[in-house]
Write a protein that binds this ligand. Structure first.
Ligand code: HEC
Length: 121
């Protein structure tokens, strides 16, 4: 079997099985639903969930003009440093995590930013 055939035999089914490979919006939606919904209401995923003192993603993207900047840097904005582990980025303090930490990558941050744009009205 030549290399192209082997690639097609392995990669095509993987792309089909894993909807997360589809595009940044679906990937970001998945990460946001899996992790951010612990505290935030994330679109239609958990309308009665989250923590009441935490702004919903819909509120953030529809009310704050600089929401893109905030989503690009949220992991460095309180309270996130106390709970988010950014792969490959050094934690800025030695304080212990205040809840089971959530580990994500910069790619996840980009994908979440793509997803939250879809929540704009
Ligand atoms: C432990 C609870 C918790 C988790 C988990 C959490 N957040 Fe938040 N987030 C908050 C709270 C509370 C605020 C409001 C902070 C404030 O008003 O100063 C907030 C605010 C934000 C803001 C606005 C930041 C600002 O400075 O205005 C963004 C953007 C955000 N979160 C994104 C996310 C994303 C993306 C995730 C998932 C990867 C996430 N959050 C996970 C609690 C959480």
């Amino acid at each position: 079997m030549n290399g192209k055939l082997i690639f097609a035999a392995i990669a095509v089914p993987l792309i089909q099985i894993n909807p997360a490979c589809a595009d940044p919006v679906s990937e970001g939606k998945l990460v946001a639903e899996q992790h951010c919904s612990r505290c935030h209401v994330v679109g239609g995923y958990n309308p009665n969930g989250g923590i009441s003192s935490t702004p919903s993603f819909q509120l953030l993207v529809n009310v704050l003009k600089d929401y893109e900047e905030r989503f690009d840097t949220f992991f460095d904005r309180p309270p996130h440093p106390a709970v988010i582990i950014m792969r490959g980025i050094k934690k800025r303090d030695d304080l212990p995590y205040n809840a089971a930490p959530i580990e994500i990558s910069l790619e996840d941050v980009k994908n979440i930013a793509a997803f939250v744009k879809t929540l704009r009205k």
